[in-house]
Design a protein around this ligand. Sequence first.
Ligand SMILES: [Ca+2]
Length: 359
Amino acid sequence: MKKLFISLIALPFLLASCGGNVKNAQTATESTSSETKVVENKKVKMILDLDTGVDDAMALAYALGHPNIDLIGVTTVFGNVSRNTSINNTLALLDMFGRSDVPVYAGSDRPRGAKQAYAANAIVENIHGKNGVGNVNIPQSKREVAKGNAVDFMIASAEQYGKDLYIVATGPQTNMGDLVKKEPKIGDKVGKIVIMGGALIVKGNMDELAEANIFNDPVAANELFTSGTPLTMVGLDVTLRPTLTKADTQKWRELGTKSGKAFADIVDFYIDFYLTTNLPGCALHDPLAVAVAIHPEYVTTLSLPMKVGVDKQNWGRTVADTHRMNDPKEAYVKVAVDMQVNEFVTDFNAILTELFSKN
Ligand SMILES: [Ca+2]
């Protein structure tokens, strides 16, 4: 991977690691190993923007369990499920962890240009289950969705918390596109924006070019990527590398708690799908994006002027814009291209096990 990675560095001056700028590919690789113990040792406010399927559920659990994250709200979008199912799943999961204090806001229910609300198809249901949580029955919440919409909540939170606020979006980027249009300076106001989506140097998972979140609304993703908003893209280049097996979920089940048993069943459904691919277990797409917000040392990034294909041939392709390559100011998207797999998986398992042992 490292050899492949270094050979791909056509523009060394653009290379950066999340921990700070470095001068060339070799030092980038070295700096990754030297930064493995660097942790942002502060508690941050976080908003998650979710299309709550199985890996969003794991991302939510990771955020709730992480000692450095204060989850102040969840905004919802369509994707793995409809927007309304995303709301219901998020409310139910928050109840499961005794966190009915966390507000859940409605975001967009459809991609740009769609005439009707999005509904999941059979392919997505085969991955996440008809209900988005592996067809596992979890008690529905009696709580209502919060008043107000997702984007207004994000903007108000940015005003309130400023650089202490991190936004992590792990569904289609429709709400995020709306956000940068309504508040073009959002990137200057908040501490960090991280998204799960895209594929730079590996092929997509919808077709050769496109990753699913981006594929579901490339127009909105392109609005975000070309808005001048600094963000970190955590895509398939890294998210297919850490995996979870049924040996891991069995340990959750053996905790004997409600959440441990429920999550073991939910994630086993997801693992069953991945076992039909060439992976040994399920990928950890969304939780990795949350982890990278708090632990930038888990990934090495390339800073690039990114865009998203919106024409038929390039639908959903996340790629550097050759017309902006020579302007360093345009390289505001950090694309994760390498990662510390063991460090993340160990951290992820420790945090979820601790959370499940208490709920
Ligand atoms: Ca997701």
